[in-house]
Write a new protein. Structure first.
Length: 74
């Protein structure tokens, strides 16, 4: 049987920046991320989730090992 499983990894990092207010700080970090100055990597890994895309709207999606319906073989 063939199954399609979506793997989603979560990366996270706290970044300190100088700014006049929180909005400017977010804009600065967002800009760094968009331009590639700030790139998250494997060292920023915090979680992984495995789900069956066809079941996202149902109850079968579970963190770390939920169940998934079979898909037709290609």
């Amino acid at each position: 049987m063939r199954y399609e499983i979506e793997v989603t990894e979560t990366l996270s990092r706290v970044v300190a920046v100088e700014a006049d207010n929180v909005i400017d700080a977010i804009i600065t970090v967002e800009s760094q991320h968009k331009t590639g100055t700030l790139v998250l990597d494997a060292g920023d890994y915090v979680d992984v989730e495995f789900v069956c895309p066809a079941e996202k709207m149902g109850k079968a999606s579970q963190k770390r090992g939920g169940f998934c319906n079979k898909t037709p073989a290609a």
